[in-house]
Design a protein around this ligand. Structure first.
Ligand code: GUN
Length: 297
């Protein structure tokens, strides 16, 4: 999908920023995984298994878990959702995790967050076997070296995948990560370093964000502030990946990047919605498949 810019009278160069279509790229990944699962079942005698645990009734979590279940079935995994009541004790939850850790047919375990307040989230995350941790929380601690058998978190991995689909090189380029959160900012900076980018991390206290941004070949915006990156901050031709999902003043979904102005300067840009969002669950499926491969091979 291409996004064409108005050519103003007298313009000699047509600046054409291309939209990175996350929905289409995710659809391609699903197709690829469906084929792979059929082949793997023939080769290893079983399909990858993903188990999601949800404790309590949080309505948003119910929707997320349902979407994960649908995606897992779509790619042909053995998919199980364990629903536990709000009053479940930490001990009971840890017992279920221990059983799944020992179950050879389970390749991926995901405990949907948040868990109820009386349960220690960190103890739960730590209880999941590192080689079955499809969230990539453990991999975050180990710097995500795939050869160790741990996967990277889904959204950061989706960002790297989207950059790679442009065909542009990451190695040696200046990548700016805006945001230092545990779920996206920090891990995506590590993944960019693993790809040999020169990485800058900016955050709410950063001075001269515009000046820094104008030197970046790649910008990953993950702060949750609507339109913090505007066109005047973008180096011509830069790759812009927008992880933000915000509600704008008009009530519509918008990203951390001002698409209208930034797309006039960018070489490539992800929209919101339809960019990083659809890729995240696709990457959870890829992580599950990779955990399976690490275990069967
Ligand atoms: N709740 C919201 N996002 C996530 C996620 O990425 N992983 C888990 N386990 N829970 C979540």
């Amino acid at each position: 999908m291409y996004f064409r810019f108005r050519v103003k009278p007298g313009m000699t160069q047509v600046n054409m920023g291309k939209v990175i279509d996350g929905k289409a790229i995710a659809a391609g990944l699903y197709e690829e995984m469906q084929r792979e699962v059929v082949e793997l079942e023939q080769k290893y005698g079983r399909r990858p298994g993903l188990t999601v645990i949800i404790v309590g009734e949080d309505p948003a979590s119910q929707v997320y878990v349902r979407n994960k279940e649908i995606a897992a079935k779509k790619v042909g995994f053995v998919s199980e959702v364990i629903r536990m009541p709000e009053q479940t004790t930490q001990e009971e939850l840890l017992k279920v995790i221990a059983r799944l850790n020992a179950d050879p047919t389970v390749d991926g375990i995901l405990v949907q967050l948040p868990v109820p307040k009386h349960i220690d989230k960190d103890a739960v995350i730590a209880a999941v076997a590192p080689e079955k941790d499809v969230d990539g929380f453990f991999g975050m601690k180990s710097g995500f070296t795939m050869k160790q058998g741990y996967v990277a978190p889904c959204t950061p991995r989706a960002c790297i995948h989207l950059i790679k689909t442009t065909g542009e090189t990451i190695e040696g380029r200046h990548a700016l990560v805006v945001g230092r959160g545990e779920l996206v900012g920090k891990p995506v900076a590590t993944l960019l370093l693993n790809e040999n980018a020169t990485v800058t991390i900016a955050h709410s206290r950063t001075r001269n964000l515009g000046e820094i941004a104008r030197t970046a070949d790649i910008i990953i915006a993950a702060v949750g502030r609507p339109h913090i990156i505007t066109g005047d901050m973008v180096k011509p031709g830069a790759i812009l990946i927008d992880v933000g999902i915000n509600r704008g003043a008009d009530g519509k979904l918008c990203g951390d990047i001002d698409f209208a102005s930034a797309s006039e300067k960018a070489g490539w840009i992800t929209p919101v919605p339809g960019g990083v969002g659809p890729m995240t669950i696709a990457m959870l499926m890829r992580n599950t498949l990779d955990c399976y491969l690490n275990r069967v091979r």
